[in-house]
Design a binder for this molecule. Structure first.
Ligand SMILES: [Mn+2]
Length: 209
C-alpha cells in the first residue's frame, strides 16, 4: 500500500518548486512531508526505529514538530527534539531540508540521505552526517548547505532506497522530467521479484523550476 502524493507545484516568495512524495508502506515506520511557506519549501523525512510502534511514534513526532515550526534552525530543532519524552521513547533518523530560492540548507542524523542531483554531478548533502546515536538517544545533528540552481533536483530518501539500489540508477531516475513517475520508479528499483520491499522506503523529490 502506498501513501502517494502526486506531483504538485508550489510557488514561494523565493522561487517555484515542483515536488513528489512517496512513503511505502503507509503502515510502516517511515514518515515524510513537504510544506510550502512564504520563505521556502521545507522537506522533512524520518525513519523510525524501535519496537512496539515506538519508531513510528518518534518519526511522526519529528515530522509534526518540523511542520509546526518550519523556520526554526534545523540543527537547533533536532537538538531540542533529541529527548525520549518528546519522541514517545522511540528513536528516529532525521533530515530537514529547506529550499530557499538559490540555496538549500538543513541538518540530519542517521542513515537516511539527501542528494542534490544536477545534470552532470551529484552532491551528497548528508555525507558528513553521524549515523548513530539516532534522535532520541543522544544524536549529533550535522548541518548542510548548498547552492541550488534551476533544474537541480533534491532527493531525500530513507535507507530503504540507499542501501538497496545502485547510485547510478538512483541519479538517472532522479533526473526524470516527471517527478511523480520518478518517485514511483525509485521504489520499484528496490522491490524484490516477490513484490516485497527490503525495508520501508520513503522518497521525496523537489525540483527548482
Ligand atoms: Mn529503514
Amino acid at each position: 500500500m502506498l501513501w502517494h502524493k502526486t506531483e504538485v507545484e508550489a510557488e514561494v516568495a523565493t522561487g517555484r518548486f515542483a515536488h513528489a512524495l512517496l512513503v511505502t508502506p503507509s503502515t510502516g515506520q517511515d514518515r515524510a512531508a513537504v510544506a510550502a511557506h512564504d520563505h521556502g519549501l521545507v522537506v522533512v523525512l524520518a525513519d523510525g526505529a524501535g519496537g512496539t510502534g515506538r519508531g513510528a511514534t518518534a518519526a511522526q513526532a519529528e515530522v509534526d514538530t518540523v511542520l509546526a515550526a518550519p523556520f526554526e534552525d534545523a540543527t537547533r530543532l533536532l537538538t531540542g527534539l533529541d529527548d525520549p519524552k518528546r519522541l514517545g521513547l522511540g528513536e528516529t533518523t532525521a533530515i530537514i531540508a529547506t529550499l530557499r530560492g538559490d540555496h538549500v540548507v538543513g541538518a540530519s542524523v542517521g542513515d537516511s540521505g539527501a542528494w542534490l542531483v544536477r545534470a552532470h554531478e551529484v552532491v551528497d548533502l548528508t555525507e558528513q552526517q553521524v549515523h548513530k546515536p539516532l534522535l532520541g538517544a543522544g544524536a549529533l545533528p550535522v548541518a548542510f548547505a548548498s547552492p541550488l540552481a534551476p533544474g537541480d533536483t533534491l532527493l531525500v530518501a530513507s535507507d530503504g532506497l540507499w542501501k538497496y539500489a545502485h547510485p547510478a540508477d538512483i541519479a538517472r531516475i532522479a533526473r526524470d522530467a516527471a517527478l511523480d513517475e520518478a518517485a514511483a520508479a525509485l521504489v520499484e528499483l528496490v522491490r524484490y521479484p516477490s513484490s516485497k520491499l527490503p525495508d520501508d522506503v520513503s522518497v521525496v523529490l523537489v525540483r527548482r523550476s
